[in-house]
Structure formats: C-alpha cells, structure tokens
Write a protein that binds this ligand. Structure first.
Ligand code: HPA
Length: 261
C-alpha cells in the first residue's frame, strides 16, 4: 500500500493488555479454521469510528497463548480471508533507547528477528497449496522485506497521534525475541549494540507473514517497562499492567482519530 488512504477494512491484532478496543462495536464473530490451524480466537467484526474493522486478541481471551505458541500464520491467513486490507499489530514492549521511556507509544520502522522455531513462512513447501477464497499463494517467493512496516500506515498513525497531542515516537527498530522469559541484561546490551530501540516477543513472524500475503502492516508499540538491566525496578506483570491500561486507552483514541480522518 504505502498510500496515505485510511484502510477500508483494518484488522487490529491486540497484544498483551489489549483484549478489546474501547469504542469498537462488535456485530459479528468469526470462528475460523485455516489450512494452518486455528487462529488465537474468534475474530470480531464491527465498527470503530464508523468504519468496518476486524479485531483479534493475539494471546487469546483470556490471555493464555505464549508468544512462541501463537499461530501467527493462522491469524494472518484468517484476517486476509475476512477481507482485511491492512493490519495493525499492537505490541507491548520494553524500551532500550532512552528516548523511548515507559509510557511512550512508538511506531517502529525496522525490525530484527531473534525468534527461532516459529512457523515463520507460508512457503513451507507443503501447506501453501490450500483452498482459499482469496486465491492460492505461488509456490515460492522471496518477498522484499527492506521496509517491514507500511509507510502510509505509519504516516497516518503518526499524524493522528500528533493531532491528539500523544507522546509518540515515529521510527525505531523493534527486536523480536523468543520469550516467554524476559531478557538478561547482557542480551539487552547486545540488542542495543545491534541498533535495536525496543524489545518485544510478538512482532515476528507477524510482520513477515503479512508481507507474504501482500497485506500492508504496521506496529504500534506501547513501552511498558525499561528493558532488562536498564531500569531501577524489577519488571513485573503488575507494573506492566498499569502502563498498559493507560496505553490501551490511548491506542483506542488514536485509532478512532485516524479512522475518522
Ligand atoms: N522484553 C520483551 N518483551 C516485552 C518486554 C521486554 O522487556 N516488555 C514487554 N514485552
């Protein structure tokens, strides 16, 4: 896409702390099977700011699927089957770059993938030849991943965020780690040396799978803690939750403002 048009049918993949979107009025639910298995849960369809959207909770409801066990392929495939024309992943992350402190929203523009053992491609030589309402994939392609995140989506989100006066950073490199454990301090030092600004566990292979399906994709990150070894306090789920609550409200407002534009 890379165009500034607001998506006609945006799919939002909600991460930790975002199991529902404030203001999203669900009118139907789609329990889907895909050639790659089941998505994280039924996909909700409805209206946000008067626009048709799809919503999927990445970790399931209740929050139960660990980052390395998420069926990313089924999630993306199902969203495409339901007609999504763009996908926004919302991700809770740890901040590495001091310019990305706890509470900040970040729209990354690059990614480094440190995950392993995940089903990271539709081109597995077996299951791509599936029946699909939207057509089959070709047997093998080496997709261009120079720009992992769609520039048009990123610009639209950043402009809407600025319009609302939100504390948002546009640009930054997301390190996708395997989890579900957090990193050691040395691992975070290495990520910083690699040029990473943020660290999370769910950004990949989601972005690459969207690219394989030709779906414009962007990520909206909520910094919920200083990455391991960089903050004064222990990283706990409770402290993340508090930040997430505020961050999720901001994300919902931001999406509404963007879709209304
Ligand atoms: N590391 C990895 N994933 C995360 C973090 C972190 O510090 N915080 C939230 N998700």
């Amino acid at each position: 896409m890379n165009s500034d048009a607001v998506p006609e049918r945006l799919a939002v993949i909600g991460g930790t702390g975002l199991q529902a979107l404030a203001g999203f009025e669900t009118d139907s639910e789609h329990p889907l099977q895909t050639p790659f298995g089941e998505p994280s849960g039924p996909i909700r369809e409805g209206l946000l700011a008067g626009r048709r959207c799809l919503f999927l909770a990445r970790h399931g409801v209740p929050h139960r699927i660990a980052p390395h066990r998420i069926n990313y392929r089924a999630n993306l495939w199902a969203l495409r089957e339901l007609g999504a024309d763009a996908v926004l992943g919302v991700n809770a992350v740890g901040g590495i770059n001091p310019a990305m402190p706890t509470g900040r929203l970040v729209i990354p523009d690059q990614v480094v993938d440190y995950t392993w053992g995940r089903e990271h491609s539709f081109y597995d030589g077996v299951s791509y030849a599936s029946e699909s309402a939207r057509g089959e994939l070709t047997p093998l392609e080496h997709i261009d991943f120079t720009e992992p995140y769609d520039a048009g989506l990123r610009r639209g989100l950043a402009a809407a965020a600025r319009g609302l006066g939100l504390d948002v950073a546009s640009g930054g490199t997301y390190a996708a780690t395997q989890g579900p454990r957090l990193e050691s301090a040395a691992e975070v030092r290495r990520l910083a040396q690699d040029g990473c600004d943020l660290v999370g566990m769910t950004g990949m292979p989601e972005a690459a799978l969207a690219a394989e399906l030709g779906l414009p994709y962007a990520s909206l990150c909520i910094v919920v803690n200083a990455a391991a070894g960089l903050g004064d306090e222990a990283i706990t789920l409770e402290s993340m939750r508090e930040v997430l609550e505020r961050g999720s409200a901001q994300v919902a407002n931001l999406l509404k403002a963007w879709l209304e534009a």
